[in-house]
Design a protein around this ligand. Sequence first.
Ligand code: NAP
Length: 267
Amino acid sequence: MKICLSIGYPIKISKSPLMHNTGYKKLGIDDQFIYLSAEVKPKDLKMAIDGARAFGIRGISVTMPYKEKVMKYLDKIDTEAKIIGAVNTIVNNDGVLTGFNTDSTGAIMALEKKTNLKGKKVALIGAGGAARAIVYGLTRKGAIVKIFNRSLDNAKSLGQEFGCEYGDLESLEQALDMNIIINATPIGMNADKSPIDKKFLNKNHIVLDVVYSPKKTRLIKDALEKGAQVVYGYEMLLYQGVEQFKLYTGFDAPIETMREVLVKNLK
Ligand code: NAP
């Protein structure tokens, strides 16, 4: 039996085990693969990675706060993950641990279900780990990204790294003229709050919220009320998981089955 697991601290009620195990069952490989989750304290991260190598854990999905910290414990880092500067997926091939980043592909695949990205103007709110993965994917697709962030210094350093304009959250009225608005902050996760005033949303926008729990965040509700197209955070979660599934098992993921179980089990 090959074991895959999610690690983080604290590890909230992760939907990844359910999503992956349902996929294994659908393909009839649940006698070969099982997906678990484990909380790893910050002082134990190196030990956890060494343990995973020793136990022959096949795949590790890395969540907050370890996406950057884990990189120094790996044997190889995929080129994209290196540029993004964060790893959310580790594959163990005979004791050699390689880090990947599937958050970028997850966001891009979710957005591309709605639109072609080349030449599209994007207001990206946030400058943390998720934003880094998204700005990398968007700029590679030829989108024109402006980063808006609470801390202007963080917006500036991310903007300069990827050749994007940047501003603070007070200049978000500029989003009115953009094609796509993305929330890449945790705002909306624990409170009925949106990072952008509803008056800056309109029916021409495509709005992605990376927050996937609750499913319908304040931002998603506001966007729907304004007639905008929305991309739910669970779609990004799904597509980043689909890429992990392939890396861990070698099989194409049963996307519809995995989407169904996510939608059913997210509030
Ligand atoms: P992170 O690295 O800690 O970055 C957080 C970002 O949000 C920073 O830009 C921070 O601004 C900003 N921020 C945090 N609290 C804020 C507040 N109260 N008001 C304004 N701005 C605030 O976190 P992350 O890894 O990017 O994760 C962000 C969110 O994305 C999380 O909710 C995570 O669960 C979600 N996510 C979802 C998926 C998916 O598949 N759907 C994948 C990855 C992450 P400062 O720079 O000013 O601190």
